[in-house]
Ligand binder design. Structure first.
Ligand code: ZN
Ligand code: ZN
Length: 404
């Protein structure tokens, strides 16, 4: 009996779940892994699932797939588009979509494990499937580690993972060294003194303070960081006030910071703190601002030797020229916590999900940024096939390469 992976994928796509709420997805994944004969443990780090496939002596390879959707209203128009809704951590009802393709990661994982179980006479070793919650919070990997994923299950000799991306189908993007940026998510609260909108002189207006702070923060990368160094300072959320004529008492900003190296991280964080405190002081704020770190993600660094070995395996098993170096991505991932904590190599690669004809046309028009929806877009829609088949193949080839 073979698993209908397309049906699995479209079902997951139609029923996305927000971070740490992936109960349905986890149960479906766990069910398939159990049917395939793995020892399955649920509820690891919240909604995480671990499946162990022991097949004689050899190395232990961890295969990781993340499971969560995003608070995005799907606009793809696909027959299996999501109409799901969920409650975010603030308790607000929001639309939910698999806008990052984690549904594809789960379906490809189940397909790869099916292949590996079917061919178990041809390899030996131990496979640990890690179905991780809450990648989009940057918190799921650490939650699983805190729940003992590295001690309760066979420890990895290598950690492998993959992400679907807007490259043409058939292409794998991977590079040795830094593949993805490090990132911090900060919440900054600025304190003013509220009052009547007609009497600004009797208040300290946190909205004006926030506006000045945001503009000044944008000077960090453009004026204070060496142009040869990569850094991003994005203010992704600003909340203050409830009504035209009331000056509120506080304003809240949410920042996303990115960098390639730990040294850049230290520099950017110092500068952000300096600007935020100085702008509050310049506004005569009654209280100093608070700066909270919501998540910290290390850079995703691919082990050079393992990456070279994997690149050779992809070129040999899938076809010469399958692999290209996509450069470093400014996005971030929490997959590397597993490898960092275990002190073992990591390889994390990207596989293409865009119709090559569509991609080539956009490229010819110089319109890739405009015409090819990226992860987190409401239009993000990997071509179901051959993307799913390719994802099964890359994960299977990769696992086989590092097993005996
Ligand atoms: Zn994402
Ligand atoms: Zn993702």
């Amino acid at each position: 009996m073979t698993i209908d992976l397309e049906a699995l994928y479209t079902d997951l796509h139609e029923h996305p779940e927000l971070s740490f709420q992936e109960t349905r997805t986890a149960a479906i994944g766990a069910g398939h892994l159990r049917d395939l004969g793995l020892e399955v443990t649920e509820g690891v780090g919240g909604t995480g699932v671990v499946g162990v496939l022991r097949n004689g002596d050899g190395r232990t390879v961890w295969l990781r797939a993340d499971m969560d959707g995003l608070p995005v209203e799907e606009l793809t128009g696909l027959p299996y588009a999501s109409r799901a809704r969920g409650l975010n951590p603030q308790g607000t009802d929001v639309p939910v979509m698999h806008a990052c393709g984690h549904d594809m990661h789960v379906a490809a994982m189940i397909g790869a494990i099916e292949q590996l179980v079917t061919t178990r006479d041809e390899w030996s070793g131990t496979i640990v499937v890690v179905m991780q919650p809450a990648e989009e919070f940057g918190a799921g990997a650490r939650a699983m580690i805190a729940d003992g994923v590295l001690t309760r299950f066979p420890r990895p000799d290598i950690v492998l993972g993959q992400h679907v991306t807007p490259l043409p189908t058939g292409v794998v993007g991977v590079r040795p060294g830094t593949q993805m940026a490090a990132s911090d998510g900060l919440t900054i609260t600025l304190y003013g003194r509220g009052g009547h909108g007609s009497r600004p002189h009797a208040t300290v207006d946190p909205i004006v303070m926030a506006a000045a702070t945001i503009m000044r923060l944008q000077g960090i990368v453009s004026r204070e960081i060496d142009p040869r160094e990569m850094a991003v300072v994005t203010v992704g959320s600003i909340h203050a006030g409830l009504k035209h004529n009331i000056i509120p008492a506080e304003a809240r900003l949410e920042l996303s910071l990115r960098y390639a190296h730990d040294e850049s991280r230290t520099r950017v964080l110092e500068k952000v703190e300096r600007v935020v405190r100085a702008e509050a002081a310049a506004s005569d704020a009654p209280l100093p601002p608070t700066i909270e770190t919501d998540h910290t993600l290390p850079p995703t660094i691919n082990d050079p030797d393992a990456t070279a070995r994997l690149t050779a395996a992809f070129d040999r098993e899938i076809g010469a020229g399958t692999v290209l170096d996509p450069g470093m991505f400014t996005g971030s991932e929490d997959v590397s916590w597993f490898a960092r904590e275990a002190g073992v190599p990591l390889v994390f690669w990207f596989w293409g999900g865009v119709d090559p004809a569509v991609y080539m046309r956009a490229q010819a028009e110089g319109a890739i940024e405009r015409d090819i929806p990226t992860n987190h877009s409401p239009f993000f829609a990997p071509l179901l096939q051959p993307t799913l088949r390719n994802g099964v193949q890359t994960l299977t080839v990769a696992a086989r390469e590092f097993l005996a």
